[in-house]
Design a protein around this ligand. Structure first.
Ligand SMILES: O=P(O)(O)O[C@H]1[C@H](O)[C@@H](O)[C@H](O)[C@@H](O)[C@@H]1O
Ligand SMILES: [Mg+2]
Length: 284
């Protein structure tokens, strides 16, 4: 029988995501010592770092040192390169929704994706406070736990819910564009605007049909890589915010149930620059 390519890695990723989610749930007050990264509202905790070490350590133990590459949010924050090559690469956000985690807002996800030859082979998003395991393999459909999930069939923008996040950048010119975009979309009008505070969870909400679209400028590849596979396998569409092809490393993305909704949203998005994830690291 033909080898079921990457199934071993997929099954292991699901198990590791579940283990990581348990660590997050059990990480009591002791670990939520908050530090900051790119801004005073871009939070990181000991849990983020510990969970990423557990995930990467488990993957290296299972698949060997040096066989795969890793792009992890907290490793990159510490100076590791963020370059996607043709080599088998794990793209990891150990705690997506760190601000939610710190505040006890109940949406926190472990996001693990796997790419080969720069193509995403599978994605796993474990919403650990809800205990929901979203997962998808390229060409094999999308699931929440054992149930097949598909995007909404809504085509009319005026019957949609749209997710948009404001991110961690508080510079006035970007905040102005973010809220001007939100206002224009809200006043189409759409049924509502929402946001869970975690990009990975937002993409799963598109994939299971709870909302029609989620877009954001400022997210990173680790926030959206797993969700991208899940949305696509659920029948959804991924585009750049200017309507061009989806670009994992561009730090901007539209995910939607269909092109009609995506195109209508794209018309309203006021684009602002975000440095690519794979931009050369500026020498200090
Ligand atoms: O919680 P993290 O992993 O930092 O990712 C979130 C990011 O910090 C926010 O700025 C974005 O708006 C969310 O979509 C990300 O999930
Ligand atoms: Mg994240």
């Amino acid at each position: 029988m033909a080898e079921d390519l990457w199934k071993k890695e997929y099954d292991f990723a699901v198990a590791v995501a579940r283990k990581a989610g348990a660590v997050i749930r059990e990480a009591g007050e002791k670990e939520i010592k908050v530090c900051t990264k790119s801004s005073t509202v871009d939070l990181v905790t000991k849990t983020d770092e510990r969970v990423e070490k557990i995930i990467i350590g488990s993957l290296k133990e299972e698949f060997g040192e040096g066989t795969h590459c890793f792009i992890g949010e907290e490793s990159v924050a510490k100076g590791e390169p963020c370059i996607l090559t043709d080599k088998p690469t794990w793209i990891i956000d150990p705690v997506d929704g760190t601000t939610n985690f710190v505040h006890g807002f109940p949406f926190v996800a472990v996001s693990i994706a796997f790419a080969v030859n720069k193509e995403l082979e599978f994605g796993v998003v474990y919403s650990c406070l809800e205990d929901k395991m979203y997962k998808a393999r390229r060409g094999k459909g999308a699931f929440c736990d054992d149930d097949r999930i598909t995007v909404s069939d809504v085509e009319e923008i005026k019957k949609s819910i749209i997710i948009s996040e404001h991110g961690t950048d508080r510079s006035p010119e970007k905040v102005k564009k973010i809220f001007s975009t939100m206002q224009k979309i809200l006043c189409i009008p759409v049924h509502g605007l929402r946001g869970s505070g975690t990009a990975a969870t937002n993409m799963c909400l598109v994939a299971c049909g709870a909302v029609e679209a989620f877009f954001e400028i400022g997210i990173h590849c680790w926030d959206i890589a797993a969700g991208a596979v899940i949305v696509k396998e659920a029948g959804g569409i991924l585009l750049d915010v200017d309507g061009g092809p989806f670009d994992l490393m561009s730090r901007r993305m539209v995910s939607a149930n269909n092109k009609k909704i995506a195109d209508r949203i794209i018309k309203e998005i006021e684009i602002f620059p975000a440095e690519r994830d794979d931009a050369p690291i500026q020498k200090k």
